[in-house]
Design a protein around this ligand. Sequence first.
Ligand code: GLN
Length: 468
Amino acid sequence: MTIKDILKHYEEGSMTTRQVVDGYLEKIGNEDTDIGAFVEVFEADARLQADEIDARRERGEDLGPLAGVPIAIKDNMLVMGKVASGGSRILENYNATYNSTVVERLKSADAIIIGRTNMDEFASGSSTETSHFGITKNPIDKTRVPGGSSGGSAAAVAAGFVPVALGSDTGGSIRQPASLCGVVGFKPTYGAVSRFGLMAMASSFDQIGPMAMNVDDAAAVLRVIGGHDPQDSTSHSEDVALPELASDSVKGLKIGVPKQFFNENIDPVLASVVKEAIDKYVAAGAEIIEVDLPILESALAMYYVIMPAELSSNLNRYDALQYGRVSAGETINAQVKATRTEGFGNEIKRRVLLGTFVLSAGYVDAYYKKAVSARQELREKIEESFADVDVLMGPTTPTVAWKLGEKFDDPLTMYLADIYTVIANLAGIPALSIPCGDIEGLPVGLQLMGPAGSDAKLLDLGHWYEQL
Ligand code: GLN
């Protein structure tokens, strides 16, 4: 059911919130052992909250815009009183002492938090295989990865365990798993959604956003979680206006298609599925403008220098003193070393080493600072391109979902999965992935990117496509 379907049931009295919640919990109980979308399901709390909402509705009280709508939360956003692990052994027993802003806002909107979803450790991965708590399978084909790092959230929506979920996106972690699982994923403009209570991965990229069955539902969640938050100094002072989706005509729309999107990195069949999707806009009166952005070819390299630099600094807080695991050691140094050695998985260690290296004296100019200035140039080039086009369109990923284990021991190939998604994070712009077809049953995603602040426009354009 979509959010609209659920709310309609409540309005008509054809289902109670308790019935809806019980239904989802039962489905999760029956099917999630084989998928692994959740690391924890808050069964008792969800039922209790459902009963409360039913009672309030009965009494005729005013309810929030998502009253009785179940939602799953990626395990890197704090839910007060619950474990928040970030997919890591180091935080296996860490209890959140406050609510993240997004969770606080969902609760005020009377949404029901159903549980925590699995993710790559500290959001570092593209397949949800680096979690300390096991892998998640793609519900469309259980021999394949769901993408990552928000693979648990994507799988939960794709499997019908929840209508909507939250993900976080640092280099594609909302859009890439959404694409691989055949659901909608939206990364808002940087600063549009508060990061307060989100475990920091790479702070200049991190954004929270919705994953849903359709664009309307994604927008409904964004309306609740978005907007200024004084607790996050990078949060925008102005709210992103998000009116009802209109699906206006696309006549005259100028669609930029970077020629760098269709090169040797992309599966040619997937490329043709994406091109056909773009052609549907053209058939309705939009115009394609080929844009040449050679700097996009360096985007992945910039990301994989700046991200580990920020990650290595952010993960310094897991030091056996402030948060989580404390391993035994005779001296404080030995304790810190043992905690981090036992607590972090290999992919995190790789990134901490890389990040520390690119920031170290003697290398900081050659790597980190160079990547930062290249990023600035990329931002400018993309901004300039929006003088000529309204939106950039292309694939979300270069391939469909691959087999479990296939890229696990080959980090460079794994990183290539992010080639189209890191661009929006580097530039701070919004980006939407919507399902646009399949290859032998495996979903393909169309990605739409617009200038900073164009969130509503992108959702409108995605909605238009969906209406077809
Ligand atoms: N897959 C990318 C990475 O491994 C993106 C992660 C993310 O967006 N959190 O860094």
